[in-house]
Design a protein around this ligand. Structure first.
Ligand code: HSE
Length: 300
């Protein structure tokens, strides 16, 4: 019997001013192994009783939907899910499950995966191309959804930049982090973000790292979301003082991201201290930018 395996990277969306637009893949991976089976059996590493319930397991739900969309009846699966991307922390854990399930269903059906089909399935479960696309394709992506069509571009991200992600020990759902956002943004804040997001792209293309600090500032989401993240301002300013090129909330948070070319450990420690000052425990990880994106293969 065939055993298939998908490996999908974590992602960090927004990067400050690029709210709902920019996303970057990181070298931290969730793994999903699947064998055909009658009924659903789920093994989770580390052990997670919630993920073992098929109805609560996003990967299984998407796999079922994607197989049926391909005209294949889903009889069940034996699933082994290795979770390294922390859940509900702004590192794209849901996107890893969605992308893995779509790629596995594609390999099973032996048909081609078009962008149209990918988004048709993926958006039923998560409407954020800024997470889905880097998880699928790797690297840095700028994306938008217009009239049911997704437009995106991939950009080479400088290889000497690494991501220091500081992950606090509490969860924050994207739903909750979106609920605090205002319905309307003043024009001056729109201009503020437009200027910075454009500068960010140019700074990356031209390797003008000195511009990243100002380019990663934001008025669309961070000023509202930081009320849900004790210590956010201190964590960002500690990162910059310790030598980060720029820092922002990772996705909807609560993880904070710093980009850097050196001093990774001292930046990580300084950011952890920023959280500690506000009685929040946190751990940091130094990650490369993933360029490969998701992979899927037959392993047995
Ligand atoms: N851009 C989205 C947000 C990412 O910040 O809400 C959610 O994963």
């Amino acid at each position: 019997m065939k055993k298939l395996k998908a490996v999908v990277p974590a992602t960090t969306a927004n990067l400050g001013a690029g709210f709902d637009t920019f996303g970057l893949a990181l070298s931290l991976y969730n793994e999903f192994e699947v064998e055909e089976y009658d009924g659903v059996v789920i093994e989770t590493i580390p052990d997670n009783s919630l993920l073992k319930i098929p109805e609560k397991n996003l990967f299984v739900q998407v796999l079922k939907y994607a197989c049926e969309k391909r005209g294949k009846t889903f009889h069940g699966a034996k699933v082994k899910q290795i979770t390294n991307v922390p859940v509900a922390r702004g590192l794209g854990s849901s996107a890893t499950a969605i992308v893995a399930a779509i790629l596995i269903s594609t390999l099973v059906s032996k048909k081609q995966l078009t962008d149209e089909l990918f988004f048709d399935i993926a958006y039923r479960f998560e409407p954020h191309p800024d997470n889905l696309l880097p998880a699928w394709k790797g690297g840095f992506i700028t994306a938008l959804l217009d009239n049911n069509k997704t437009y995106y571009q991939h950009l080479d991200f400088p290889e000497d930049i690494k991501a220091v992600v500081v992950i606090p020990d509490f969860e924050l759902s994207t739903e909750k982090a979106r609920a605090v956002l205002p319905e309307n943004i003043p024009l001056k804040d729109g201009i503020f973000n437009l200027q910075r997001a454009s500068l960010f792209i140019s700074a990356v293309v031209n390797k003008r790292y000195d511009l990243l600090k100002i380019a990663m500032d934001d008025r669309f989401h961070q000023p509202y979301r930081k009320k849900l993240i004790p210590g956010f301002d201190d964590v960002v300013s500690n990162a910059l003082e310790a030598g980060a090129l720029g820092a922002s909330l990772s996705g909807a948070g609560p993880t904070v991201l710093a980009l850097a070319t050196e001093n990774f450990e001292s930046i990580g420690n300084a950011m952890v201290e920023g959280f500690k000052k506000h009685n929040v425990k946190a751990d940091y990880r130094v990650l490369e930018i993933d360029k490969k994106g998701a992979t899927v293969e037959i392993i047995e």
